[in-house]
Structures are given as structure tokens and as C-alpha cells.
Design a protein around this ligand. Structure first.
Ligand code: HEC
Length: 168
């Protein structure tokens, strides 16, 4: 009996191995795009899907520290490819990058946020977007699926019918 169960175990194991050896063609839709700093280089030269929007940033992440009146702020949105085509479900392709800068009246930049269509299984309940905080030069300060205790996911879910993107 002992040998029989050992045999069955070995059989199950070999079946499993055989299965994982299968060379399934990779479905491009399942691939992940993990952005590096180079992927944000020169973002100010990218297309702007909308004209700059004035007033306080709805995310409310820019505190009073910057000293200017909220109404003096402008939000500038950039996209790496303005001719990007959504798929049949309205989703942006993996690798799509959007950057938003919040600027003060004097032109100084108070905050840079970004969202990247990372794809794969990443942030599955929120359309596979990765959220990032960038430095002015495009350096990556912070990133993740649940950035800011899910604030990015939560608010952008209001644009779920546009694949979480408000301005494009
Ligand atoms: C309370 C709502 C709210 C929160 C929280 C929020 N956003 Fe947004 N975000 C917006 C709105 C509204 C826009 C549209 C542009 C505008 O009005 O500034 C936007 C625009 C953007 C854009 C440009 C693409 C687009 O959707 O138009 C990026 C990138 C972005 N947000 C990143 C982030 C990141 C990263 C976080 C979390 C750190 C975040 N946002 C949190 C409301 C929010």
C-alpha cells in the first residue's frame, strides 16, 4: 500500500512536470511592462491629451507647504503616445504611460504623478495600472498597485468606463 501511494505520487509529479514543460505560446496580452526611469525620460516633450487644467489638484496631495494659492496651480498631463489605440474593451495597451505635473504660478513643480499600464496580473482588480510618484527629472520616488493606501485606485475608479484615465 505504501509503495502504491508512492507510485501514485511519483506519477502525479511527472504529470505535473510534463504539464509545466509545455511550451505554450506567450500571449502578448499577458506580458508585463515594468517601467524604468528611462521610460519617463523627456516626458515634458510628450503630447498633452488636454490643455493645462487650473485650480487645486483633486488628489489633494499638494499641501499648503508650497505657499501659493490653490487657484494658481495648473495640472499638466502628458502621454507617451497620443495616437494610442484602445482595445475592444476600451483598455489602453500594456506600456502606456501618463504623467501629470502639478505646477505653481511661478512655474515650479509641486508634484509629479504617473500611471503605467503594467499588464500581466499586476493590480488585477484595477485594470493592471501601476501608480507612481516621480521626481521632476522623471526619477521614480515611489511606485505600486496600492500606492497612497489605495487612494490612486479608489479615485481613478471613477473613470472606470475610460480605463481609469480621466483626460484621454
Ligand atoms: C481624489 C481623486 C484623485 C486621486 C486620489 C488621484 N487622482 Fe490622479 N487624477 C484625478 C483627476 C480628476 C485627474 C484628471 C486631471 C486633473 O483634473 O487633474 C487625474 C489625472 C491623473 C493622471 C493623468 C491621467 C488621467 O487620468 O487623466 C495621472 C498620471 C494621475 N492622475 C496619477 C495619480 C496617482 C499616481 C495618484 C495616487 C498617488 C492619483 N492620481 C490620485 C483624480 C485623482
Amino acid at each position: 500500500m505504501k509503495y502504491l501511494s508512492l507510485f501514485l505520487f511519483a506519477l502525479a509529479l511527472s504529470a505535473f512536470t510534463a504539464c509545466s514543460d509545455d511550451d505554450d505560446p506567450v500571449n502578448p496580452g499577458d506580458q508585463e511592462f515594468i517601467a524604468t526611469e528611462a521610460d519617463f525620460a523627456g516626458h515634458r516633450g510628450w503630447a498633452q491629451p488636454v490643455s493645462p487644467i487650473s485650480g487645486k489638484d483633486p488628489a489633494g496631495l499638494v499641501g499648503d507647504a508650497h505657499g501659493a494659492d490653490d487657484e494658481d496651480m495648473t495640472r499638466h498631463v502628458f502621454i507617451n503616445d497620443n495616437n494610442v489605440t484602445r482595445d475592444g474593451n476600451g483598455n489602453f495597451p500594456v506600456g502606456t504611460r501618463l504623467v501629470k505635473e502639478v505646477r505653481m504660478a511661478d512655474g515650479s513643480v509641486a508634484m509629479v504623478t504617473a500611471m503605467v499600464k503594467r499588464g500581466g496580473d499586476f493590480n488585477d482588480s484595477h485594470r493592471n495600472w501601476e501608480w507612481l510618484m516621480l521626481g521632476e527629472d522623471g526619477s521614480i520616488m515611489d511606485r505600486g498597485a496600492n500606492l497612497m493606501d489605495n487612494m490612486c485606485n479608489g479615485c481613478h475608479a471613477q473613470a472606470a468606463d475610460k480605463d481609469y484615465v480621466f483626460t484621454k
